[in-house]
Write a protein that binds this ligand. Structure first.
Ligand SMILES: [Zn+2]
Ligand SMILES: [Zn+2]
Length: 256
């Protein structure tokens, strides 16, 4: 639980980080993007691209905790995000705006609303496919089929092979990017802990700049490396030149 004080301590850094994140998305330049991040955490990305190892994601997640002495597992995240995507599409299909879990949309927030409308657009591009993909039993092994295992053990089957298959569809990659953006909207470490279901620190004190660094490093991993590491073609659909609308909206909202 985060109190007001711990949130306010971040206010001076939040704007910078939002701007940095936004610049990162807009100036989608893989060569220079790490420079932005080095402004607030020198540990970020320094060795990540040259001779990057296969278990980058595990290394990044190792800096977080999901309980005393527990580290979030890659498969846990995979299960988390794929279930979030399916849930988001089921909400779109039923004409509802999500109010709970990591996909909750604050309709009073312009950026969140815009992201939600982009997710709705994905559905309209191929309703039949989205209906199929959003089914709870379109998962590995027990996901949605057997209630016994889904909570505690089900995530283990969300291995790279399953994710590679799931994200081989570009609309699913698009949805992934939007949901990550949605989670990082109105950024704070406390919000990220709540949304991702794992923590950047032991929460004994206020979150600090190191917490910010961890969340930014994770976000960078999602935008630069997640699909590459799954060996699926990365179409990078989040911000591109044939989609100028969202760029305008983002710039206006962040520069205020
Ligand atoms: Zn990087
Ligand atoms: Zn923290």
């Amino acid at each position: 639980m985060e109190n007001y004080e711990s949130r306010t301590q971040h206010i001076d850094t939040i704007e910078d980080i939002d701007t940095i994140m936004d610049l990162q998305m807009i100036n989608d330049d893989r060569q220079t993007s790490d420079i932005h991040y080095s402004n607030f955490s020198s540990s970020i990305s320094q060795s990540k691209h040259s001779g990057r190892k296969k278990n980058d994601f595990t290394e990044i997640l190792d800096e977080f905790n999901s309980g005393p002495q527990k580290k979030p597992k890659k498969e846990f995240f995979n299960a988390f995000i794929i279930r979030a995507i399916k849930r988001a599409f089921r909400a779109v299909i039923s004409g509802k705006t999500p109010k709970t879990t990591c996909i909750a949309v604050d309709i009073k927030n312009g950026i969140e609303s815009e992201i939600w409308s982009k997710i709705q657009e994905i559905y309209r591009k191929n309703p039949e496919l989205i209906v199929n993909k959003s089914k709870t039993d379109d998962g590995p092994l027990t996901d949605g089929r057997s209630k016994r295992n889904t909570k505690s053990e089900g995530y283990k089957s969300f291995n790279n092979a399953f994710c590679k298959e799931f994200f081989s569809n570009n609309l699913m990659r698009e949805a992934f990017n939007y949901i990550i953006e949605l989670i990082y909207c109105q950024y704070s470490p406390a919000r990220c802990c709540e949304k991702f279901k794992f923590n950047c620190c032991h929460m004994r004190n206020a979150h600090c700049v190191e917490c910010d660094g961890k969340w930014m490093k994770l976000k960078e991993y999602f935008s630069q490396c997640y699909f590459k590491d799954l060996d699926v073609e990365d179409g990078r659909p989040m911000i591109n030149t044939d989609d100028p609308e969202i760029i305008d909206i983002d710039i206006d909202s962040y520069i205020q």
